[in-house]
Design a protein around this ligand. Structure first.
Ligand SMILES: Nc1nc2c(ncn2[C@@H]2O[C@H](COP(=O)(O)OP(=O)(O)O)[C@@H](O)[C@H]2O)c(=O)[nH]1
Ligand SMILES: [Mg+2]
Length: 361
């Protein structure tokens, strides 16, 4: 039996569903989640990202499923590097997977109001693909937002382009991802989008399989190696610029141009610091990912202990009430009914405890 299959037996009860939302900053992730779950997570204003961390919305019920939505930061944060974001998302996804949480779906948000799929959108989408892999795409919904900011004709033309061009969403739609509109912007629309995912067979994302099942180092994962490659290319470009500067400096020395030489020297020092920073970032990825993971692991364990303690307390309370009813009632039918109800609740709690479930909040 593979690890992934074994893990499913320790999942929360079958009706519990977890969905992650990804996409660029300002694409409307948090607003959508608040609408679907009627939560109150903080929404961004302007370009500042509000989802500094991964946020978990309040669990809510939809068509008999207990749904938990995970809000993630985009790969375009104003204060943190893409490597920081990857470490955060990867640590969260791998730790939660180890604890038995498998996603039933991922929603990728994109603003239909964007004129072109610019650098930031392309980057976010490419990281999204590396995190998900190809085999989970049937559990992916690409959701377009901001329909109120375009005319219907404009929106439709852009949607057509996004769906039919290889550089946009066509490759994932060909592999069974769905393209949907969050429009009109209402709780019903958000919940209808959730309905497309909640009955899915939960499936591990590529990065979860890489980190947990295959035990790869984060820099060896598809997403990690993409970032690492870029960082090392960036360092190489800086080194090339440094070599050019050195040639110019030699010429300045020959011409006894001390002013230019001093300027070039300063520029060279700046570039050297940059090369060191970029190379450091690539090598720090693995260490910091492990530290992030340890923190999450501790938090999850603490929550699971709390949840187990709470369940044990509840079980003891039900048990005590059953005893009291038995002693008091002398077999009245009302008391028997209550005892039966309490027993059913008790059994439910025991099953949950055996399943080891808890909610990440
Ligand atoms: N006009 C319009 N504004 C939206 C829509 N969705 C979100 N917003 C606004 O866009 C901004 C960014 O949204 P937010 O949910 O924080 O995006 P996130 O960074 O992806 O979580 C906020 O001011 C939202 O109120 C939409 O469909 N239409
Ligand atoms: Mg947000």
């Amino acid at each position: 039996m593979t690890q992934a299959v074994k893990r499913k037996t320790t999942l929360k009860s079958p009706r519990d569903v977890t969905i992650a939302v990804m996409g660029a900053t300002g694409s409307g992730k948090t607003s959508f989640i608040n609408m679907a779950s009627r939560s109150d997570l903080r929404v961004g204003s302007g370009l500042r990202s509000c989802t500094m961390d991964i946020q978990v919305a309040e669990e809510f019920e939809l068509d008999g499923c207990n749904v938990t939505i995970i809000d993630t930061p985009g790969f375009d944060d104003t204060t943190r590097t893409d490597t920081d974001i990857l470490k955060l998302i990867a640590a969260f996804l791998s730790t939660s997977y180890e604890h038995g949480y498998v996603l039933s779906g991922v929603i990728y948000m994109h603003r239909i109001s964007d004129l072109r799929m610019g650098g930031i959108s392309t980057r976010n989408f490419s990281m999204f693909r590396k995190l998900c892999g190809d085999s989970t795409l049937k559990n992916v919904v690409i959701c377009t937002t901001m329909w109120d900011r375009v005319s219907p004709e404009e929106g439709e033309a852009r949607e057509h382009e996004l769906a039919n061009e290889d550089i946009f969403f066509k490759p994932v739609l060909d592999k069974h991802a769905q393209l949907v509109r969050h429009s009109p912007r209402t709780p019903e629309s958000a919940q209808n989008i959730m309905r497309r995912l909640i009955r899915n067979q939960p499936w591990a994302l590529q990065i979860q399989k890489e980190l947990v099942d295959q035990r790869l180092d984060i820099s060896q994962t598809a997403a990690g190696s993409e970032l690492n490659k870029e960082l090392l290319e960036q360092a190489e470009r800086h080194r090339e610029e440094m070599r050019e500067l050195e040639i110019q400096m030699l010429a300045a020395i020959e011409e006894k141009d001390t002013e230019t030489k001093a300027e070039l020297e300063m520029e060279r020092q700046r570039l050297r610091a940059d090369v060191e920073r970029v190379e450091g970032e690539a090598t720090r990825m693995a260490d910091e990912y492990s530290a992030q993971k340890r923190r999450l692991e501790e938090k999850l364990q603490e929550m699971e202990e709390q949840s187990r303690a709470e369940q044990a307390r509840q079980e003891a309370e039900y048990q005590k009430r059953i005893e009291e009813l038995r002693n008091e009632s002398g077999g009245s039918s009302k008391a028997s009914e209550e005892i039966a109800e309490l027993r059913a609740e008790l059994e439910k709690l025991r099953k949950q405890r055996r399943g080891g479930g808890c909610t990440i909040q």
